[in-house]
Design a protein around this ligand. Structure first.
Ligand code: 1GP
Length: 248
């Protein structure tokens, strides 16, 4: 047997068990902050626990280049949040191996995984099987459009809960509830708490978080990790507002 180390996953589980809430900052390789070094420094000071790198659709950005830059400037773990197998790169600490369980697109439930598996084995990256649930948060996001799937209705917490439960029963080790990047509103708090009550694996929630109160509410509702992308692309000073929630 040749078991791979699960350092990042272990960190996520330990933090969740200890009730330590974490901030993941999503950096889209197409929209890298102009002064990356200073952004990463400020993010680290604000208590960022992880950098997620990826996007549903990349047009000009280069995942590998960005991951290498982040790794040379910061010690915060970098996790690939891939929109497609082309975003796999070995410089990252781990990769979310996403199954889009809110949708019924077989390619995003098993097809891409088959293509990616031999590459992932070869580069020996830590792979974290993740149940990815897209939720309708008021607008059609790139994630929804590109995946050609229907997001889960915003007001159906029980549907999200049983979807997440099925994902956990299938062996997925994280659940990620996402309104999609640039969502108009966040995932409903009742949905966050229903999903949290249904599962035992850590819960990630993202999409449309634009103020510290929303992040706080989502964490209180049961998220172990909140993901913020767009709001920080628009205004890096938002880090100062988020910081009190995450600095120990
Ligand atoms: C998207 O959850 C992430 O997958 C982040 O969303 O860009 O809206 O913060 P935002």
């Amino acid at each position: 047997m040749n078991l791979r180390k699960a350092n990042v996953y272990e960190k996520i589980v330990n933090a969740a068990c200890e009730g330590k809430k974490k901030l993941a900052i999503l950096i889209d390789p197409d929209k890298t902050p102009p002064d990356l070094a200073s952004f990463l420094y400020r993010a680290e000071q604000a208590g960022a626990g992880y950098f997620f790198v990826g996007g549903s659709l990349l047009t000009s950005g280069e995942t590998e280049t960005l991951v290498r830059q982040i790794k040379s400037l910061s010690s915060v773990p970098v996790i690939i949040f891939p929109g497609n197998p082309a975003q796999i790169c070995k410089a990252a600490d781990a990769l979310l191996f996403l199954s889009l369980i809110s949708g019924r697109n077989p390619d995003l439930l098993i097809g891409r995984h088959v293509e990616a598996a031999p590459v992932l084995k070869k580069i020996k990256i830590e792979v974290i099987p993740t149940g990815y649930i897209l939720v309708d948060c008021g607008n059609m996001t790139t994630a929804s459009y590109i995946s050609q799937t229907l997001p889960l209705p915003h007001d159906k917490p029980e549907l999200a809960a049983i979807t997440a439960l099925a994902g956990e029963m299938l062996g997925l080790r994280l659940i990620y509830l996402d309104g999609g990047s640039g969502a108009r509103k966040t995932v409903d708090l009742r949905m966050v708490s229903s999903v949290k009550q249904a599962i035992n694996v850590p819960l990630i929630v993202g999409g449309g978080i634009q103020d510290a109160q929303s992040a706080r509410d989502i964490l209180h509702a049961g998220a172990d990790i909140v993901v913020v992308g767009t709001a920080l692309e628009k205004n890096p000073d938002f880090l100062a507002e988020l910081s009190p929630l995450f600095r120990s």
